[in-house]
Design a protein around this ligand. Structure first.
Ligand SMILES: [Cu+2]
Length: 193
């Protein structure tokens, strides 16, 4: 009796502790983080590191969490580092640089953008793409509007919720077992002469 008690009690406690830690971590993962609302470039055409060909007349950037009431800027530089003449147009969460002359010179192009996010943060970033003769045309944007819960996030959320439910269940079971054991131990002690 004494052996069983000493052997099982710490194991149960450790399991309970482990479950509590796991639950805390899960909540931290599943809970939305409010700090992630600065302007974020989600997709561009030509996209980051994309190798493109054909006549490129514009560069389109799709953002999340852009503050549309504030100014945003974007510019593109040719392989020699000269800014290309163009005009930046805004369409809700998009910035479009319309070029006066289409891109026709091989090499690396740098796109620089600066945007105000809905959380008040100002973000400045750059990315590059390459233009090569005979390379395919830009893939274009397949992401058209800000989606808070895309299918992947939705599945992750469901899995997280199921795990959390399981963990809560384990937590309750473990707690009940510890209580039962303590009660049994107390009863056993009381029964001793
Ligand atoms: Cu921010």
């Amino acid at each position: 009796m004494q052996f069983v008690k000493n052997q099982r009690q710490p194991t149960r406690f450790r399991r309970l502790l482990g479950v509590a830690i796991l639950l805390t971590v899960l909540i931290a993962i599943v809970a939305p983080s409010p700090a992630s609302a600065h302007a974020e470039l989600r997709q561009a055409s030509p996209d980051r590191n994309e190798v493109v060909g054909g006549a490129i007349h514009s560069i389109t950037m799709q953002f999340f969490d852009l503050d549309v009431t504030k100014p945003q800027t974007a510019s593109v530089f040719d392989p020699a580092g000269n800014e290309l003449a163009g005009q930046v147009n805004r369409e809700d969460q998009r910035l479009v640089i319309s070029l006066v002359e289409p891109i026709m010179t091989p090499g690396e192009y740098l796109v620089a953008w600066a945007a105000n996010g809905i959380d008040g943060d100002f973000t400045e970033e750059t990315f590059t793409f390459r233009w090569e003769e005979g390379a395919p045309e830009p893939k274009g944007l397949d992401l058209t509007e800000p989606v808070g819960l895309d299918p992947v996030n939705y599945v992750l959320l469901l899995v997280g919720a199921a795990l959390a439910a399981f963990v809560v269940h384990r937590f309750m079971v473990a707690r009940r077992e510890i209580r039962a054991e303590r009660a049994a131990a107390a009863a056993a002690d009381a029964a001793l002469p």
